[in-house]
Ligand binder design. Structure first.
Ligand SMILES: O=C(O)CCC(=O)C(=O)O
Ligand SMILES: [Fe+2]
Length: 357
């Protein structure tokens, strides 16, 4: 303990500050006004102010926290418990379900963000199994044939798979409900986004951030934007997630609130909304005493989806700012860069932007 491993060390400008800003954090939104039946259409008049709140949170922060979301607490506690038990297994046990260069799901302990190693271990599974991989992703680019998405379930704890699948179902419903609200807040029909998720590539990640002997030099997860559509994150009571405030670029700590979820906009909403809602940078700070666990659900479209600014939102004054982004290609390019240290910058959504005059 105490010896610093250079692989984890952040450049000085990216290290956490000793003073933490928590005051006036991301907006807290009460979802109780929505009638929570996934197939129901929402009576828009009764939720006008909720739609407004969602719209301003997406615009001003790209992040918000929700309560009264209807995801059963027991389901959340069950997966949290299963995650703790899984990460408590010996490394040898966990390595039995380690992801590799071909099958990219499972356990992984050596993730890098922007070429610096993260102080964490993770476990990934996809919500839809089998995951639909269209031939177009394989055909015209030799870089895309190398991967497989097969969930790898550990034998221990025995309830692990069930806990994961049950939770996935519930949190997915919440994500779709939130997408209806996002659509309404942009002036679109509520189900505007729904068809993109028929063959979705959504996944859930279990994160474990162990105590770190040099928390001022390393990060649990380096600064990044989520590439997908929308993230629904369950964080435990320890805290450590920081969001880059759009107004001044300061890192703001997100205060843990019992039984709430943190929601953030991903790169694909940024493109669909033509920058009305931006995907915002965030990172995770570690500490020297406590383990921290978090569980993000990443809502992601089908691999064949070409994401582009939505026509309904465009006019002469607001021309498209992006050329189409093929989700499969974008996703695969990003996946590759997570495995290997490389000197080239990760593919970013900004690379799809038309030059502005
Ligand atoms: O652990 C957290 O609070 C955030 C995790 C996160 O941002 C991610 O996995 O993309
Ligand atoms: Fe993230």
């Amino acid at each position: 303990m105490g010896e610093v491993d250079a692989a984890f060390v952040q450049a000085p400008e990216h290290r956490p500050k000793s003073s933490v800003i928590v005051a006036e954090g991301i907006p807290l939104i009460d979802l109780s006004p929505i009638n929570y039946q996934i197939e129901d259409t929402i009576p828009v008049s009764s939720i006008q102010s909720l739609i407004k709140e969602i719209g301003s949170a997406c615009k001003e922060w790209g992040f918000f926290q929700v309560i009264n979301h209807k995801v059963p607490l027991a389901k959340r506690e069950k997966i949290e418990e299963a995650a703790r038990k899984f990460f408590a297994l010996s490394l040898e046990e966990k390595l039995k379900v380690r992801r590799d260069a071909v099958n990219v799901l499972g356990y992984f302990e050596a993730e890098h963000t922007k070429n610096v190693r993260d102080w964490k271990e993770i476990y990934d599974f996809n919500v839809l199994q089998p995951t639909f991989i269209p031939s177009l992703v394989d055909s015209d680019d030799e870089q895309t044939v190398w991967f497989k998405w097969d969930n790898r379930w550990p034998h221990n704890p025995p309830e692990f798979k069930e806990a994961c699948q049950e939770y996935a179902q519930e949190v997915e419903k919440l994500a779709y409900k939130l997408m209806e609200l996002v659509a309404l807040s942009l002036g679109l029909v509520p189900n505007r986004f729904r068809s993109y998720f028929t063959h979705n590539t959504s996944n859930i990640r279990l994160n474990h951030y162990p105590p770190c002997p040099y928390p001022h030099m390393a990060l649990g997860l380096g600064r990044h934007k989520d590439t997908g559509v929308l993230t629904v994150l369950a964080q435990d009571e320890v805290g450590g997630l920081e969001v880059r405030r759009k107004s001044d670029g300061e890192w703001i700590r997100v205060k843990p609130i019992f039984n709430s979820f943190i929601i953030n906009v991903g790169d694909m909403i940024q493109v669909w909304s033509n920058d009305a809602y931006e995907s915002v940078e965030h990172r995770v700070v570690v500490n020297s005493e406590k383990d921290r666990f978090s569980i993000p659900f990443f809502l992601k479209p089908a691999l064949y989806t070409d994401v582009m600014p939505l026509e309904e939102l465009l006019d002469d004054k607001n021309p498209p700012k992006y050329r189409p982004v093929n989700w499969g290609k974008f996703r695969i390019a990003r996946m590759r860069s997570n495995f290997v240290k490389s000197n080239v910058e990760n593919l970013q959504i900004s690379h799809f932007k038309f030059p502005s005059n």
